[in-house]
Design a protein around this ligand. Structure first.
Ligand code: AMP
Length: 396
């Protein structure tokens, strides 16, 4: 079975092609084709990697996201030793959909009705959603699905109850990766997922934590939109809503500007004034840039506070997991986040923390809490969901 995964972000499109057998491998395989496009100002920068690891890069002017995706998929069947002879050899297309709203939890076939349902909730995630509809998906896997069954106490905002009735509630995001990391952690630790208390730290451009008990998410930091919770690259994370009413009341900002400021002009970028990329923040901080240093300190402070809250909700912790761009690559962020957790008996192995490989335990042998780095594998997680659905359809 050939599974194509389309993973749309706000300014990028990642795609992977997996050949899948009758049984699933224990460890995530390397896709036989991987494509990524990032676009800015109508210029699409594509990077294609084939099964032999050969990377091909190109830059082209495109008139729309659909055209960029079209070009990307064209590389599946072209060039030296293409991954496919024809796109018709693809058995199923899995698509990451940021928001499933109150209705969608598990993966579903993208019927016209489901497409219409997704379009209705696209306002919930203004940075992402509508783009999903311009690809060629057939099965939708929702980034809100894993958090869909959090306890009501973690779901309902303490505003008027009518908000909840109007579906203004906490949804949580990054669910595909939080769930993948929990399953992978159990495997790496050789433990039963149903006996573990885990805190997963998804630290990428967007950042969120999840508290996972017995394989289920019981709390998370993102809420109604991917804006709540931790400080992020360009997003503020949680702030006092009184700031917003103050800005509106005094006529300084309207709703659209507030949305832009909180999503694209805040976080590491907003505080440092230089960049939303943690690599650049660390480099500037280490050269003595005062606001980059402050940005890093706020980021770490909020991360520590968030992890503490998740541990309290779980009533303990067996393993702390770092994943996504910052979580996988920054020893400095991991070290800073763990520094205040020694009271839990958590001890990092400093040398292991500085090594650059993922899917391993970086806690000291005598640590009471394991600390894992797990590479985000959203595309593989989506491919597995598609595999399960296709198999159940075949056996119906
Ligand atoms: P993601 O959203 O998971 O693709 O993560 C992207 C972010 O990861 C980038 O914006 C960087 O801030 C961060 N990142 C990637 N590599 C590193 C690194 N070596 N050190 C710190 N941050 C990194």
């Amino acid at each position: 079975m050939k599974v194509l995964v389309l993973n749309s972000g706000s300014s990028s499109q990642k795609s992977s092609l997996y050949p899948m057998d009758e049984t699933l491998p224990d460890d995530p395989p390397t896709p036989i084709w991987e494509g990524k496009i990032e676009w800015r100002d109508r210029i699409a920068e594509a990077e294609i990697k084939n099964a032999r690891g050969v990377v091909q890069k190109n830059r082209a002017k495109v008139s729309s996201r659909a055209e960029a995706v079209e070009q990307l998929l064209g590389t599946l069947t072209t060039g030296d030793r293409p991954a496919l002879t024809s796109l018709t050899n693809i058995d199923v297309v899995g698509h990451r959909v940021v928001h499933g709203g109150p209705k969608y939890e598990g993966p579903v076939s993208l019927t016209p009705e489901v497409r219409a349902g997704i379009a209705k909730v696209s306002d919930f995630a203004p940075l992402h959603n509508r783009a999903e509809l311009s690809g060629v998906p057939q099965i939708a896997v929702f980034d809100t699905g894993f958090q869909r069954r959090m306890p009501l106490a973690a779901v309902v905002y303490p505003g008027p109850y009518q908000w909840f009735e109007q579906n203004i509630r906490r949804y949580g995001f990054h669910g595909i990766n939080h769930q993948y990391c929990a399953t992978r952690a159990a495997r790496l630790l050789g433990r039963d997922l149903n006996s573990l208390k885990l805190v997963t730290c998804h630290l990428g451009n967007g950042c969120s934590l999840a508290a996972i008990r017995d394989g289920h998410s019981v709390d998370t930091t993102m809420g109604f939109t991917p804006l709540e919770g931790l400080m992020m690259g360009t997003r503020s994370g949680s702030i006092d809503p009184g700031i917003l009413t103050y800005l509106i009341r005094t006529g300084r900002l309207d709703g659209q500007r507030i949305d832009d400021v909180l999503n694209t002009e805040s976080g590491l970028l907003g505080i440092s004034g230089t960049s939303g990329d943690m690599r650049e923040i660390l480099a500037a901080k280490n050269k003595g840039h005062t606001r980059a240093k402050l940005a890093f300190e706020i980021y770490v402070h909020r991360l520590q506070a968030g992890i503490g809250a998740m541990v309290a909700v779980l009533g303990g912790i067996d393993a702390l997991i770092f994943t996504a761009g910052v979580g996988e690559n920054s020893a400095e962020v991991r070290e800073a986040a763990c520094k205040q957790l020694t009271f839990l008996g958590l001890k990092l192995d400093d040398a292991a923390n500085r090594q650059r490989t993922s899917d391993r335990d970086i806690a000291a042998p005598d640590s009471a809490v394991r600390v894992l780095i797990i590479r985000a594998q959203e595309d593989w997680a989506i491919a597995k969901e598609c595999w399960h659905i296709m198999r159940s359809l075949r056996h119906d």
